[in-house]
Design a protein around this ligand. Structure first.
Ligand code: ACO
Ligand code: ZN
Length: 282
């Protein structure tokens, strides 16, 4: 999905049936016109094909053999897996994914040129297959933006999965030896999630610095450890109130503040880097 500002269009679909969920849609998405007369759309949760009736979906599901996204599994832990999918090779799946995600993204316009993109799909495993929780896309030849679009499927939101997706995008950048930042504009929810991730990641670096007995760390060093750009680091330091400018730059971070925040961060879902088997595509 590209980042051009999107002209607002009236929401065309009210609800999707997706796996075990009925989900109210948020925004317009350009599904074929014949779907506009039907307020509900039925989507196969594995291949993302869409249907106008439950009967059609059932008939499809009885024949659909796909149980996971059509790409390489590059990460697996006890609960979740990530699959890497090339927009050039799996164009139907990726188009279906973009149509689905557009229902929850207002400020991005759909591009039908998926060739330049890779898609990272996060799934939950059970005995029935790999159920998609969320995804992000990324341009293959990016200069700065290590993430183009991000979505957590609404029933899974506010459970820490967005943080995992963001964290995963930075882990890939670290392996690439590059720094990165999400494509702008960010939605309100996107900004809140990034601000929180940047804040927590920077606090952890400051804590580690203190633990090894160092008195100071530079912005460039924080960037090198996290792959978060210098400007996102500075933005976070000022926005969170850690840094203030009062004639000179002052740091306002007490040990008690650090302890409280790190205690809450330690309970959050994390990417275990040992489970990531990936090298940058050539
Ligand atoms: N209200 C307040 N804070 C929020 C909210 C919310 N509704 N949602 C996320 N946050 C903040 C919180 O600080 C939260 O941390 P906390 O729960 O520990 O306080 C933090 O973001 C991360 O929350 P997660 O549960 O990890 O994120 P989630 O799984 O809900 O996914 C996402 C976040 C991907 C932005 C989701 O809201 C979404 O898919 N929104 C619709 C699509 C969208 O707007 N995508 C971003 C577009 S920008 C871009 O694509 C580059
Ligand atoms: Zn299917």
């Amino acid at each position: 999905m590209s980042c051009r500002p999107n002209k607002r269009r009236v929401k065309n679909l009210q609800e999707i049936h997706f796996g075990e969920f009925c989900i109210e849609t948020w925004y317009f998405s350009p599904y074929p016109e014949e779907f506009n007369d039907s307020p509900i759309i039925y989507i196969c949760e594995f291949c993302l094909s869409y249907f106008i009736s439950e009967f059609q979906l059932r008939r499809h599901v009885s024949k659909c053999t796909i149980m996971h996204p059509p790409g390489n599994e590059i990460y697996r832990d006890d609960e979740i897996s990530f699959f890497e999918i090339d927009g050039a090779r799996q164009s139907t799946y990726c188009q279906n994914l973009c149509l689905l995600s557009k229902l929850f993204l207002d400020h991005k316009s759909l591009t039908y040129d998926l060739l330049p993109f890779l898609f990272y799909i996060m799934c939950k495993q059970d005995q029935y297959g790999y159920h998609i929780i969320g995804y992000f896309s990324k341009e293959k030849n990016y200069t700065l933006n290590n993430l183009a679009c991000i979505l957590t499927i609404p029933p899974y939101q506010r459970k820490g999965y967005g943080r995992l997706l963001i964290s995963f995008s930075y882990e890939l950048s670290k392996i690439e030896g590059r720094i990165g930042s999400p494509e702008r504009p960010l939605s309100d929810l996107g900004l809140l999630s990034y601000q929180q991730y940047w804040y927590e990641t920077i606090l952890e670096v400051l804590w580690d610095t203190k633990e090894i007995g160092d008195d100071y760390i530079t912005i460039d060093e924080i960037t090198a450890k996290t792959s978060i750009t210098q400007s996102d680091v500075l933005f976070t330091l000022y926005e969170s109130g850690i840094c203030v400018y009062q004639g000179q730059v002052c740091i306002r971070l007490t040990e008690a503040m650090l302890d409280t925040s790190l205690n809450s961060i330690s309970k959050k879902r994390r990417i275990n880097i040992e489970n990531l088997k990936w090298s940058p595509p050539h």
